[in-house]
Write a protein that binds this ligand. Structure first.
Ligand code: FES
Length: 314
């Protein structure tokens, strides 16, 4: 993101209790980059903070984006700013779109949304409907009033199962996925405990048939290596030793690498870097298991090295 691309807020509406939806456009009304379901944009707010928001509008509308923002009570201030201060006519910086939660082609999908996790799944159900796939959505939230876009989902009838926790308890994940056949791909987005629960509920299935997206970084154990390792920046041949006090990203920048970053928590994907040699210790919340096993890219804001040396395309 170069910080010069800006979007103007065209509309700001209440989407649910504690959730506002923003419609964003270029100030000159020009065409926006294309995107596919699962994509997010980075928005840079007046404070300089950058946040990632899933695109949840009509992907075929080339001139506006829609995002929805939950007010996070214990957040870092970004959502409070969007709720309390950002107004129609204001501009925000933007980068992207990027997609680390892309829909793979399938004849059958099961979607599981928890709270604001409905946002990337909303365009997915539209896409599934468009291509004639068989699909169902299980959508949970604290209460009915807290669940955004219920009105838009109503047209899908009983393919959508609303499950407010105060009326119906926890999501019945095991029964929802019980009949999933070998061709069914499960997509889940929501808070960490929901993602852990869906991993448990689908543990008997091949891991690539579950795709999840995290809004907050997963809890991590200690890195594979406690001792320092060497990172070589292939574009300049410069090497740098990375000790436990530094991220690979910080170390690379100290010796002149220009690497983009945004979340610096391993959730947004901005800093994705190709690995040319060595074995990465993946510590991001983005890659699926088979992508980790490939070992050909890493997110240097959080990921480290299993080997003495790592050669990166930086
Ligand atoms: Fe977001 Fe690295 S900066 S994943």
């Amino acid at each position: 993101m170069d910080g010069t691309d800006r979007l103007v807020v065209r509309e700001k509406t209440r989407a649910a209790e504690g959730v506002v939806a923003l419609t964003l456009a270029r100030p000159d009304g020009g065409r926006l980059p294309d995107w596919a379901p699962g994509a997010h944009v980075d928005l840079t707010l007046a404070s300089g903070a950058t946040r990632q928001y899933s695109l949840c509008g009509d992907r075929w509308d080339a001139h506006t984006y829609r995002v929805a923002v939950l007010r996070e009570v214990d957040g870092r201030g970004g959502s409070a700013y969007v709720h309390d201060e950002l107004a129609v006519g204001d501009t925000v910086g933007f980068g992207g779109p990027r997609n680390h939660f892309a829909m793979v082609p399938s004849a059958r999908y099961l979607f599981v949304a928890g709270g604001i996790g409905i946002t990337p799944l909303l365009p997915m159900v539209g896409q599934a409907e468009l291509v004639g796939a068989d699909w169902a959505l299980l959508y949970g939230g604290r209460s009915r009033d807290s669940m955004a876009f219920r009105d838009e989902l109503a047209r899908f009838g009983d393919r959508v199962r609303l499950h407010p926790q105060d009326e119906a308890g926890l999501l019945p994940l095991a029964s929802f996925v019980a009949d999933a056949d070998e061709g069914t791909v499960v997509y889940c987005c929501g808070p960490g405990p929901l993602l852990a629960a869906i991993e448990d509920a689908t543990a008997h299935r091949p891991p690539h048939l579950l795709r999840t997206e995290r809004f907050t970084a997963a809890e991590l154990g200690a890195p594979v290596r406690g001792e320092p390792f060497v990172v070589e920046l292939a574009r300049t041949g410069v090497t740098v030793t990375v000790g436990p006090e530094l991220s690979v990203l910080e170390a690379a920048r100290r010796v002149g690498a220009t690497a983009l970053s945004s979340c610096e928590q391993g959730t947004c994907g901005t800093c994705e870097t190709a690995v040319l040699a060595g074995v990465p210790d993946h510590r991001d919340s983005i890659l699926a298991d088979h992508e980790r096993a490939a070992g050909d890219c890493l997110f240097p804001c959080v990921s480290r090295s299993c080997t003495d040396r790592l050669v990166l395309d930086l």
